[in-house]
Design a binder for this molecule. Structure first.
Ligand SMILES: [Zn+2]
Length: 156
């Protein structure tokens, strides 16, 4: 999935943490895109950063930083962080056929669905084709819905 969808999912997940304030919304959006940091590292894409161990590592790190800063919401931030990072893995499962090593470091087996109900944006020359533009508009559309969910004020 392209980064815009992951960021949008993070904005929606931030809604769980509380009312929409810029810092937590931005933080959870970045956490939702964080597994793709492997694209900047000399490791396999959809490898260790796309695993349950990575989700737990990031969530515990958030808890630790929050506790060190004296936050009384550290446990809640940890849980929401786990949901944000997990949203990345879930969206990658339904948008890309490339397997992920979800159980790394215990197993190196790649897991993935053989169906992609949400098409992935084709980066590169394919983006400029008619099909590429349709896929881009599709992802932007559902991403906008997630952002609106994340930023909406409570009705009650
Ligand atoms: Zn990814």
């Amino acid at each position: 999935m392209a980064t815009i969808g992951h960021l949008a999912a993070g904005v929606a997940v931030a809604r769980i943490a509380g009312p929409p304030h810029p810092a937590p919304v931005a933080g959870f959006a970045l956490l939702a895109a964080f597994p793709d940091v492997d694209l900047l590292l000399p490791i396999a894409h959809r490898g260790p950063t796309h695993s349950a161990a990575f989700v737990v590592s990031v969530a515990v790190s958030v808890w630790l930083v929050a506790r060190l800063r004296g936050s009384h919401r550290a446990a809640r931030l940890m849980a929401v962080s786990a949901v944000a990072v997990s949203s990345h893995l879930l969206l990658d499962l339904v948008t890309a056929e490339a397997p992920m090593t979800l159980l790394w470091p215990f197993f190196s087996t790649g897991y993935g669905l053989n169906v992609t109900p949400l098409p992935m944006i084709q980066l590169g020359p394919g983006l400029l084709t008619g099909g590429g533009l349709v896929m881009t508009l599709g992802e932007l559309s559902w991403s906008l819905v997630l952002v609106l969910i994340g930023l909406a004020r409570r009705l009650s």
